[in-house]
Design a protein around this ligand. Sequence first.
Ligand SMILES: [Zn+2]
Length: 153
Amino acid sequence: MSEQVFCGAYLEIEAEKQTIVKETLVCSDHPEESGDEKNKFCPYCGKMFVPVKFEEKVKDALISLLDTEFEDELCEPEIEGDNLVLIGNKYDAKFPDCSLFDLDYFEVTEAMIKLFKINFAKNYEQVIKVLEARIGNRLKSMTIKFGVIIYFS
Ligand SMILES: [Zn+2]
């Protein structure tokens, strides 16, 4: 793992979390005891565990939103927070949307911010549409921003 510094356009998605129904095996008398395929009986009372359904709210992950066709287009840096932050994965020198990583330093200009955001929208037009459709009515906002992201990869 090494620290990465990204500077450029990225996509920030704010969405209601997905509700996933999961099932677990618990003891009806000792709900804190849970079982699995191998452990079918409660160690305290010997009762057979019973399946219980529960809902879990999960944040969207890029990998679960995209099909293989688009999965390499964007990547999801590991960062904290509830919003999904996605950066581009295909560098196009003709239409740059993020910094060149071999540069030691560079000045961020107003023109660069504007251009990179426009290029990002163009470079990832299709995949952005797919994401929008997949998230559907859970989507609160989807914005192309410009900024710095520090993450480990
Ligand atoms: Zn029990």
